[in-house]
Design a protein around this ligand. Structure first.
Ligand SMILES: NC(=O)C1=CN([C@@H]2O[C@H](COP(=O)(O)OP(=O)(O)OC[C@H]3O[C@@H](n4cnc5c(N)ncnc54)[C@H](O)[C@@H]3O)[C@@H](O)[C@H]2O)C=CC1
Ligand SMILES: O=C(O)C(=O)COP(=O)(O)O
Length: 527
């Protein structure tokens, strides 16, 4: 097997390279390239490991013909076009916890820097001014900290602030009252936070809902003398309104680690009294960088080498422990999905995936994703387990999952049913010896078959002589039969024949087969 090839395109702790190599990947570290250079290079890689500098745009993804996974050594993935990655079947993963303590500490550091004007006091002292009377600060003890976003980082900031004897109020629509009590914070609405906070700190992702959350209008609702810290994302604050607020004295101080446009080499905010900044250093500690580098390399290598999926943003998780158990099920699921997809001509408004027996003990999401991938592959060759659920949703396909823990005729079974104009049609399969996928039922007829390679599917009236006739036709056409699988509804009724053949079946042979007496349907299949 050729080794998966990974490109590290942003500055990353060398532990990432070591882990990739130890886990069987080839690695190139090439940082600081232009988008054009990345586009020219990306086609040869299976994995791309990034931080916040590399922009994984649709153009990059279009050129990434071999890419299977983008790994973000950090939290924010606003530099990755996730819908485009999903559409292309590329898994996007991040490391959601590795740098959260470090970033929370940076927010607290900036809060203190604002409270005591440390950067300016330092600069003037070192300039020989000894400005002892120029820097009257404020205490943080007893002050109210307004937390916008109370997730991983926000909750660490809250715990540190409570230790500093601050009162913490939090605005986060997804924060449950129970969690707020557990965190020791008061859950408030945004207006309540704006009117009460002495310090405001932002810890939300940048989304359509959070963009510009501190707009000119909202900044006007803040308490006079408020100090604002942003270690999350640039687009959360209206920078022009922030400058106006600092200039007017309504806002006493603002500390930004992140900017609307990065790198921020020029900004109207630079030089404004009360304004301090750092160049997106929130995650920059030795500890955090080792954490995220190790984690991203482990996750990506696990995916590329073993198929394990951890912390993916566009695919269900699949642990390295589960992956080998699920692998044969996913193969079975994909084959069943593909069989139904190849045999269904009508539009399908609903697909149901029914697991029975041992299959119900497993994580059902990857099984569903594999069925959908197989089912939709007839429509698009680029469908895989990552993009199939998104495509299904896009196309209005209703997906149902049903589990029956008790065993039926088989110790484990997956049944895929589709609703068509002709009614509900289903196929079912099991695993022989827990590893070999086998079809066991097709449209209500028991038929055992391995779904593999080139196959021919024939429905005919069960009558003597048919098997000989089809054998002769294929023999005369130079097509060698591998396996022969037969099932019938009842003697003399409808029979199903599934043949595996050593070469593709041409349209001409299909037509001849269709003309044989008693034949209702003939179709070439491939798996
Ligand atoms: N400056 C830096 O170097 C770093 C910045 N970050 C950024 O910090 C941010 C937060 O990271 P985490 O805490 O790990 O994320 P998280 O996902 O754990 O928490 C985000 C919180 O924001 C909340 N939220 C979502 N929409 C909201 C809305 N409309 N209003 C209020 N709250 C809302 C969510 O409910 C969630 O609790 C991310 O944007 C991340 O990119 C993360 C690490 C380093
Ligand atoms: O993890 C995040 O969201 C960050 O913003 C950290 O960015 P960085 O990896 O330091 O460029």
């Amino acid at each position: 097997m050729t080794k998966p090839k990974v490109l590290i395109s942003d500055k990353m702790d060398p532990n990432a390279t070591r882990i990739f190599q130890e886990r069987g990947c080839d690695v190139d570290v090439i940082t600081g390239e232009t988008p054009e250079e990345l586009i020219a290079r990306i086609g040869q890689y299976d994995g791309l490991a990034i931080r916040s500098s590399t922009k994984v745009t649709k153009a990059v993804l279009d050129a990434a013909t071999n890419l299977k996974v983008v790994g973000r050594a950090g939290i924010g993935v606003d530099n990755v076009d996730i819908p485009a990655a999903s559409a292309q079947g590329v898994v996007v993963m991040n490391t959601p916890f590795g740098n959260s303590i470090t970033t929370a500490e940076h927010a607290i550091a900036l809060m203190f820097a604002l409270a005591r004007q440390l950067p300016e006091a330092n600069a003037q002292t070192q300039a020989g001014l000894w400005p002892k009377n120029g820097f009257m600060g404020v205490e943080v003890t007893g002050k109210t900290l307004g937390l916008i976003g109370a997730g991983n980082i926000g909750s660490i900031v809250a715990s540190r602030a409570l230790g500093l004897k601050m009162k913490v109020v939090a605005f986060d629509p997804f924060l449950t009252p129970e969690r707020a009590v557990e965190m020791g914070v008061e859950k408030v609405d945004l207006d309540g936070l704006l009117s009460r906070a002495d310090f405001i700190t932002l810890h939300t992702p940048l989304t359509d809902q959070t963009r510009n959350i501190l707009s000119a209008e909202n900044l006007a609702k803040t308490k006079k003398g408020v100090r604002i810290v942003n270690c999350a994302r640039g687009g959360l604050i209206d920078e022009a309104a922030l400058k106006a607020g600092l200039d007017s004295g309504h806002i006493a101080g603002a500390a930004l680690d992140v900017f609307q446009t990065e790198p921020a080499k020029d900004s109207p905010l630079f030089g404004t009294p009360g304004f301090i900044c750092t160049p997106h250093l929130g995650a920059s500690t030795t500890e955090a960088q080792v954490n995220v580098a190790l984690q991203v390399a482990e996750q990506m290598a696990d995916f590329l080498v073993n198929g394990g999926v951890t912390n993916a943003l566009n695919m269900p998780s699949l642990s390295a422990e589960e992956a080998p158990k699920l692998k044969p099920y996913m193969a079975l699921a994909e084959k069943l999905g593909s069989l139904v997809g190849q045999l269904t001509r009508d539009s399908v408004p609903r697909i149901s995936i029914h697991t029975e027996g041992a299959a119900t003990e497993l994580n059902g999401k990857p099984i569903t994703a594999a069925v959908l991938a197989g089912f939709m592959r007839v429509q698009s060759a680029t469908v895989n387990m990552v993009n199939a659920p998104f495509l299904a949703k896009d196309r209005g396909l209703e997906v149902r999952e049903v589990k029956t823990e008790r065993e039926g005729d088989y110790h484990t079974l997956i049944r895929v049913s589709v609703k068509t104009e002709a009614g509900e049609r289903s196929v079912a399969g099991t695993l022989f010896n827990n590893v070999e996928p086998r079809l066991v039922e097709m449209f209500g007829i028991k038929v055992e078959a391995e779904l593999t390679g080139h196959m021919m599917y024939i429905v005919n009236e069960d009558a003597p002589g048919f098997i000989g006739r089809i054998g002769t036709l294929l023999g005369e056409s130079g097509i060698n039969i591998g396996t022969f699988n037969l099932g019938r509804r009842n003697a003399g009724g409808e029979a199903v024949l599934l043949l595996s053949v050593d070469s593709p079946v041409s349209a001409e042979v299909l037509e001849k087969a269709q003309r044989l007496p008693g034949v209702k349907t003939v179709k070439a299949l491939s798996f």
